[in-house]
Design a protein around this ligand. Structure first.
Ligand SMILES: Cc1ncc(COP(=O)(O)O)c(C=O)c1O
Length: 400
């Protein structure tokens, strides 16, 4: 990739170099794919520059030469409270908020606090793989309910979901809302149905809403906790500026817990960590939620146009590959099952023939076999090159 010397600009079309920044998307290619040459379209961060408003807030904060222990200020919480209301008409109290070092660490601590070893935890498969790992690493029992892919859309098999909850005595449901890897945004009706099942069986819902702000095409995300009184009082919502504003390296996320009993328990759990807050991360978070809207709308338009480019290309040039149209996020779920390759054959082909570093669908669960996840948050020219490589490799394969 060409390196360009930018500063304070939001040029999405340029191919920025991340060399020298320790970006795992690039630095881990050799380890993960066995090749340092693949175009990296895997881990969910963006190869697109952050909002000027955030960069300016950080630069301003750096002018002051003190970085001692810091509070989570009211103004920072207020920026998030306003963001939630403006985007989702969800009125939340600053009291409900808890700070954490990431959504996955939050989920790990939540499971520790609200379940015991071997307690069953349910997920809808396929799903973001760390959901699986966090359950198993914590010695909880993983229960999976497979979703159905119908008409290019994932839907919950409610009958199976409820049956599994009853059969295993499930304690916690880890919901990915919107859904990674498919980009599905659950409707209010679907969320209410999930809530009813969980209510019937006393299941606590942890709703990971990290991709919510990235709703595409003017669609609106529905927070699980907003779907009813029961949902509000029996859920923990996890949000973060990390996916939305490309700030994953700041390791900061927020839990929203309206129920005071649950909240106090979880706050005590977090206190036991003796963890203190990161000044720059909070500066970035406040600027993001206060002033990030302009950039975010621009970004989502760019991502959507990237999707349209990919859809046109795939439909014309690689019609056997199917796309699951995302409703939120910058991740594209590609269905290669018509190629009739095994998981290993497909991975080898993509890495060694097409020279692409995608996320293997099988890692999202058995239902993900034959799929791959592609990160669309990069300049269009990178995707054009990626598609050329894929097409050339596919043609070569056909000739063999
Ligand atoms: C659904 C989902 N949850 C959590 C995370 C990771 O969040 P964090 O880095 O805050 O742990 C990701 C990252 O891709 C994600 O897609």
């Amino acid at each position: 990739m060409k390196a360009k010397n930018h500063s304070f600009t939001e040029d999405f079309d340029s191919e920025w170099s991340r060399a020298g920044t320790g970006a795992i998307k690039y630095e881990m290619r050799k380890k993960l794919f066995g090749s340092g040459e693949v175009i990296p379209l895997w881990v969910a961060d963006m190869d697109l520059p952050m909002a000027d408003e955030i960069k300016e807030a950080l630069a301003q904060r750096l002018e002051h030469p003190f970085f001692g222990y810091t509070l989570w200020t009211d103004s920072c919480k207020d920026a998030l409270v306003r963001w939630m209301y403006k985007r989702y008409r969800w009125s939340i109290s600053p009291k409900w908020l808890g700070l954490s070092m990431g959504v996955m660490p939050s989920i790990s601590f939540l499971l520790e606090e609200f379940t015991a070893e071997q307690d069953p935890v349910i997920i809808l498969s396929p799903v973001y793989n760390p959901f699986r790992e966090v359950v198993e690493d914590g010695n909880r029992r993983l229960v999976e309910s497979a979703m159905k892919l119908t008409g290019g859309k994932y839907v919950v098999d409610f009958e199976d979901f409820e049956k599994k909850i009853i059969r295993f005595g499930v304690k916690v449901f880890l919901l990915c809302n919107p859904h990674n890897p498919s980009g599905r945004m659950w409707t209010a009706e679907e969320l209410q149905k999930l809530a009813s099942v969980c209510e019937r069986h006393g299941v606590l819902v942890v709703s990971d809403e990290i991709h919510a702000d990235l709703a595409l095409q003017g669609k609106t995300h529905v927070p699980f906790a907003k779907t009813g009184e029961w949902a509000k009082n029996h859920s923990v919502t996890c949000v973060a500026p990390s996916k939305t504003f490309n700030l994953a390296g700041f390791n900061t996320s927020v839990t929203i817990i309206p129920n005071s009993k649950l909240r106090v328990r979880f706050a005590r759990r977090m206190q036991k960590l003796h963890w203190s807050y990161n000044t720059l991360a909070l500066t970035a978070m406040e600027a993001a939620y206060r002033d990030g809207n302009r950039w975010l709308e621009r970004l989502k338009k760019y991502v959507w146009e990237n999707y349209l480019f990919l859809r046109n290309f795939v439909e014309k040039e690689l019609p056997e590959v199917k796309l699951v149209e995302p409703e939120a996020g910058y991740l594209l779920w590609l269905d290669f099952r018509d190629w009739k390759m095994t998981v290993n054959e497909l991975n080898d082909f993509l890495v060694h023939e097409a020279r692409l570093g995608l996320s293997d669908g099988a890692s999202f669960g058995k239902e993900g076999e034959g799929f791959q996840r592609l990160n669309m948050a990069c300049s269009r020219s990178v995707l054009e090159q990626a598609m050329r490589q894929l097409k050339e490799a596919a043609e070569k394969l056909k000739k063999e």
